[in-house]
Design a protein around this ligand. Structure first.
Ligand code: AMP
Length: 385
């Protein structure tokens, strides 16, 4: 009997536990909050990730550890890795936690990235914006997610909004704590992600590319397979494999990409199962959650073949009425058991069909009944395009 420890007890840990249970795995979740939603399904250790007493208890009760949350302090991951196997490794985690380290690695591996410059002071910000050019984005190097810790700079100077001065006022205080980076703004045609995995023995597998739509920096909808030509798909998978091999990654990860003029630019490596891979629960032979559990437990990896076409819709803030989704033949509901709160991911739905035209129709029906026309519209347009 293998007990898998998961650091972070949110919806990802919850879905990992749900998918790992049939494999006979046991779970222990660690989170700072006793209300973490994975705690509804798995025993928990409640404690700060830097608290060695809590970490020691966690380590003593698990055979192997993994993450649902990439911002676990790197020192805590290293401390844990001295006691139990940890996948992905603390080194891979540390790279993905720092936008500068991550983007530097992308560049070293020949993976195109938007131009970037690290920034430690007001003067350096000025110089960085002059180098990269406006518009650009000032981001925290660490601890940012879902578009948080970002400020878009539209012009170099000015008393409107969004100048260098405004950006420094918004994020300057973070420079010492988490570091800052300026990135060129990419007027992308679309956003794509590769959800892929690497086993303990180095075997690499990927799901088909996913297209993603964000609202205010938060994922709103995903469509798989993305409508891309084979050459572009091969390019994306090549980037993901080079990256996984370079850091000796074990488990599932996502590589977020911007498509611009036929080129894929890497935005971010997420060292965990990813929101843009939630569709794999019903849309693939083996879900990202089960496959992450297989990789971590050292079991054979499962087939990543798609079952038709799938669209995932995120529910942010509060859960809508499930009935319109459940009334669809390929409609599936995921309520994370979280209290409603503005901006919070509380659940998702997946609509799946063998026929893209039927999927578009189902999305339109669901969008109209739930008043979510704007959320489904870009996906419907892509399916019909
Ligand atoms: P991130 O937290 O870096 O994944 O950013 C969240 C979202 O903000 C991305 O999915 C994009 O929609 C947008 N974004 C981030 N960086 C850039 C960029 N350099 N150019 C254009 N859009 C961006």
């Amino acid at each position: 009997m293998i007990t898998v420890g998961i650091l972070g007890g949110g919806q990802l840990a919850r879905m990992l536990a749900l998918s790992g249970a049939p494999l006979g795995l046991r779970f222990l979740v660690m989170d700072t909050s006793p209300d973490a939603c994975a705690g509804q399904f798995a025993p928990m250790v409640v404690g700060d990730y830097r608290d060695e007493t809590a970490l020691a208890e966690f380590a003593s009760r698990v055979d192997v550890a993994t993450f649902d949350f990439e911002n676990v302090p790197a020192e805590s991951a290293r401390w844990l890795a001295e006691r139990v196997p940890v996948f992905p490794s603390p080194r891979a985690l540390a790279t993905a936690q720092d936008r500068l380290a991550e983007k530097t690695l992308f560049r070293e591996l020949g993976i195109p990235v938007p131009d970037f410059v690290p920034v430690d002071s007001r003067e350096e910000l000025e110089a960085a914006v002059a180098h990269v050019g406006a518009p650009c984005i000032l981001k925290t190097r660490r601890l940012g997610y879902d578009g948080k810790g970002q400020f878009r700079i539209r012009q170099t100077r000015g008393n409107g909004g969004a100048s260098v001065d405004d950006a420094w006022e918004a994020l300057g205080a973070q420079a010492e704590k988490v570091g800052l980076i300026v990135e060129a703004f990419v007027p992308f045609e679309r956003e794509l992600s590769v959800v892929a995995m690497r086993g303990r023995d180095g075997e690499f597998r990927s799901w088909p590319l996913t297209e993603n739509w964000h609202v205010d920096g938060v994922l709103s909808a995903s469509l798989a397979p993305a409508r891309v030509d084979d050459a572009m798909a091969a390019q994306a998978l090549g980037h993901a494999q080079r990256l996984a091999d370079a850091v000796g990654y074990v488990g599932v990860f996502a590589l977020e990409l911007f498509q611009r003029d036929g080129v894929l630019l890497a935005n971010e490596l997420a060292p965990r199962v990813h929101n843009s891979g939630h569709w794999t629960i019903e849309g693939s032979e083996t879900s990202q959650f089960e496959n992450h559990m297989r990789a971590v437990a050292g079991l054979p990896l499962g087939d990543t073949r798609m079952l038709g076409h799938a669209c995932m819709l995120n529910w942010i803030g509060a859960m809508p009425d499930p009935a319109p989704v459940l009334a669809e033949s390929g409609g599936h509901w995921h309520d994370y058991g979280k209290a409603p709160r503005e901006g919070r991911k509380v659940g998702h739905a997946t609509l799946r069909s063998d026929d893209p035209a039927a999927l578009a129709q189902a999305l339109e029906r669901v969008g109209a009944t739930l008043g979510r026309e704007a959320q489904v519209a870009p996906v419907v347009a892509r399916l019909r395009g």
